[in-house]
Design a protein around this ligand. Structure first.
Ligand SMILES: [Zn+2]
Length: 750
């Protein structure tokens, strides 16, 4: 397979509303991919509508993007992100809401008063930013505020008044809860129980707040734009108001409706006020038309509100889609259930109706996911002409989600063209084309094929890999031979079979070694047993030896910066990724490790340090070589140069071998050193020590080799040569006492 390079993008500065539930994608990826696969102005289909940003970016790049979206909340999000109401409308809508009366009080003042708390330092009544709760308790245990009077700020223990206020609101809770429920489902509704459970994820205060606001806006007589604006603000409050905000923050992206042991209750009035900028800052001014209207040829969005299945039946092959793009949906019980709830709150029961199945389903597993994806891919296939390219992003990837996507696609007649994987924290970039469905024969998986695919990947990589990587290598081999699923199998059976096959391939071959703290096959790292490949023997001509991935990254990044000083990070990625495509895509942390070792960052651009320019390093290498010779002669050895090594000899017998590096290419040094490890000394610049330590942390096999090989810094040799008295004992002591580990500070790990 011809792996395509990973397309780098930029992380958005403002992630936008509901960011916990939308796929974490980089910007600039789809607008890079599209022009080389479809002419500008052509029709592009996003069959999942899972990421509003993706469709908007494609539209801005000059494509007519048809998006099918079934989730009413995602539809609204897409509409808002394409074209949000003006700041004036937002402000006016919020002002109207605040000014309306609640008894004698203004509603804004009333709602804000729900969050009053006495400042611990000055005693003034102020508004809390949030309250902190423990699961199951009836009152908060702490509050977070910044006092505008005395500037006292931070987390403070709950005051008795906080507890009293929380209990007072809880006393009227039953009424508000049943109101909140009735907007979603009727009393005799079979889905009642699910709606009730979803509402359980709201504490009494936010529930009171939200139902009060929602009931009030119906009577406000807002213009449609202002109604849209206020709905958008309420949606932000709906998300901020549930109990899925753990404290301190760990689970940033909830998938299940589970109440954390400690969680944060936000001040929802603040959320309404802050919601404005979150919407206006991410709005993109893209033309959006409801199906069947067409957007302009210069680019825009056509929204089909409904399921892909219905759309496919309606259009068949009528629209000549030139490409398909999409962020692959992954099961999210929390978001899907909350979406049904919020849609009911904002637009009433009728809006929930088409989306109700999301309320009913309790468990979404990967077999379910594969079945649903396969159905979608099959409808897609029917709409596409042969050879239509499909670029998909699989965010928050894990072995099961990747297996599910590849199996579903393969069985729907999509041929896998490329798979680029950076780390488990980045979306996987997948390319398919619609193939010749009917001719396909599915074959049973061949374990030998899987084993060889994994072995080849690990050899090319030259360093151990995560389970996600080796698993992907196995999946690609199976996808290529159409062996991910037999025709008569169910998806769960097929997925289990694939998993077993890959695990057996790894565990059943002595060439593979598992570096792991635990027993489980998917933890730790998988590498190739060095003994099985003579990886370190320089004379093994028949075994191709690869530089490790991190050494290749170091060479490429430094070479690039020599030729292109003052480059920004993404330019470095754009040069690097095509050299290391597909599964070899290096992590950004690895690139940063090289950059911080060699270069300075000024005004956002990277430039090699003066001492790391090639000429300066060459001079220094020669100088260090002379030091090796001088020190050797002082303790009675003659020095002989052999290839890149400096050998200390006595009476023709080799005592020590020095390999002097200007880089941190330790793997290469090990491979090019003829002596037994205990005689070998690798000399590196002090500025390279942190990078070397980073590599050792990444690569347990390298760490094992370096238990016997000495790595010392230039500085040590400079010190030794200054000593008035130098003996062999002093030399040995000093060499043993110059550990790299001291330099391990502040390195990123993956
Ligand atoms: Zn104060």
């Amino acid at each position: 397979m011809d792996f395509q390079p990973y397309i780098p993008g930029m992380r958005p500065v403002e992630p936008g509303p509901l960011a916990r539930f939308t796929p974490p994608l980089e910007e600039g990826v789809i607008s890079t991919w599209l022009p080389s696969h479809a002419p500008a102005g052509s029709w592009v289909l996003d069959p999942f509508g899972f990421s509003p940003r993706l469709a908007l970016e494609a539209a801005r790049a000059g494509y007519r993007v048809l998006v099918t979206v079934n989730n009413p909340i995602t539809q609204f999000q897409l509409e808002m992100s394409a074209h949000s109401p003006s700041e004036t409308d937002f402000k006016a809508a919020l002002a109207d809401l605040a000014a309306s009366k609640k008894g004698e009080e203004r509603l804004g003042a009333h709602l804000q008063s729900l969050y009053l708390t006495p400042c611990e330092k000055c005693g003034n009544e102020i508004y809390a930013d949030s309250f902190l709760w423990r699961k199951g308790e009836v009152a908060p245990y702490a509050r977070i505020y910044t006092c505008p009077h005395c500037e006292d700020s931070g987390e403070r223990e709950a005051n008795p008044l906080d507890i009293e206020r929380a209990k007072k609101i809880a006393a009227t809770d039953t009424l508000h809860r049943s109101r909140a429920f009735e907007r979603v489902a009727a009393l005799e509704d079979e889905d009642r129980v699910y709606a009730e459970e979803a509402i359980e994820h709201y504490l009494p205060r936010p529930l009171y707040f939200l139902t009060t606001v929602i009931n009030r806006i119906d009577s406000l007589n807002l213009t449609p734009e202002r109604r849209r604006a206020v709905n958008a603000l309420i949606l932000v409050a709906c998300d901020a108001g549930n109990t899925l905000w753990d404290h301190p923050t760990q689970r940033r992206r909830p998938k299940q409706l589970n109440i954390p042991n400690q969680f944060r209750e936000h001040n929802l009035w603040n959320q309404l006020e802050h919601g404005l900028s979150r919407w206006t800052e991410t709005s993109s001014g893209v033309v959006m038309e409801p199906w069947p209207n067409h957007p302009p040829e210069s680019g825009g969005i056509c929204l089909y509100e409904g399921r892909l299945k219905d759309f496919a039946e309606e259009v068949k092959k009528d629209i000549p889609f030139k490409a398909v793009i999409g962020s692959l949906p992954r099961p999210n019980q929390a978001f899907w259930t909350l979406s049904a709830l919020w849609a009911g709150w904002l637009w009433g029961r009728e809006a929930v109706e088409p989306y109700k199945p999301a309320l009913r389903r309790r468990r979404y597993d990967w077999a379910w996911n594969a079945t649903a994806l396969n159905a979608a891919f099959t409808h897609l296939f029917d709409m596409l002409h042969l050879g239509t390219p499909f670029f998909a992003l699989l965010s928050e990837p894990e072995p099961s989600s990747l297996a599910s996507a590849l199996t579903a696609a393969s069985m729907a007649g999509l041929d896998l063209i490329s798979l680029a994987l950076r780390t488990q924290h980045d979306p996987i970039q997948l390319s398919w084309t619609s193939g010749e469905h009917l001719k396909r024969q599915s074959d049973p998986g061949d374990i030998k094929e899987v084993t060889e695919a994994i072995h080849t990947h690990l050899m090319e990589r030259g360093e151990p890999a995560s389970y996600l990587h080796v698993h992907a290598a196995g999946l690609i081999a199976l996808a290529r031979s159409h062996a991910l699923k037999q025709k008569n199998q169910e998806f769960d059976e097929a997925l289990r079979g694939t998993q077993t096959l890959i695990q057996t391939a790894l565990e059943g071959d002595s060439r593979f070694v598992h570096y792991s703290g635990g027993e489980s096959v998917d933890t730790g790292l998988w590498g190739v047993n060095p003994d099985s490949n003579n990886l370190l023997a320089s004379d093994s001509a028949q075994n191709p030896r690869y530089d490790s991935l991190y050494d290749q990254v170091e060479i490429a990044v430094v070479t690039f910066l020599q030729k292109h000083p003052n480059s920004i990070f993404i330019e470095i990625e754009q040069d690097l990724y095509p050299r290391l495509p597909g599964l070899l895509t290096p992590s950004q942390a690895m690139i940063y490790a090289v950059l911080t070792s060699y270069a300075n960052k000024e005004n956002g651009t990277w430039k090699l340090r003066p001492e790391d320019l090639a000429a300066a390093r060459r001079d220094e290498l020669n100088h260090i070589a002379r030091l090796v010779e001088t020190i050797g002669s002082r303790i009675g050895y003659t020095t002989r140069k052999q290839h890149k090594n400096y050998l200390w000899e006595q009476n023709g017998e080799r005592k020590r071998t020095f390999y002097i590096l200007a880089s941190a290419l330790i793997g290469r040094a090990l491979a090019e050193t003829p002596s037994p490890p205990e005689q070998t000394v690798i000399v590196i610049p002090g500025g390279r020590a942190a990078l070397a330590a980073y590599k050792i942390q990444r690569d347990p096999s390298l760490a094992v080799h370096l238990k016997t090989v000495q790595v010392v810094k230039y500085r040590l040799l400079r010190t030794l040569v200054e000593l008035p008295v130098l003996t062999r004992e002093t030399f040995e002591e000093q060499v043993a006492g110059d550990p790299l580990e001291k330099s391990k500070s502040q390195m990123m790990l993956f």
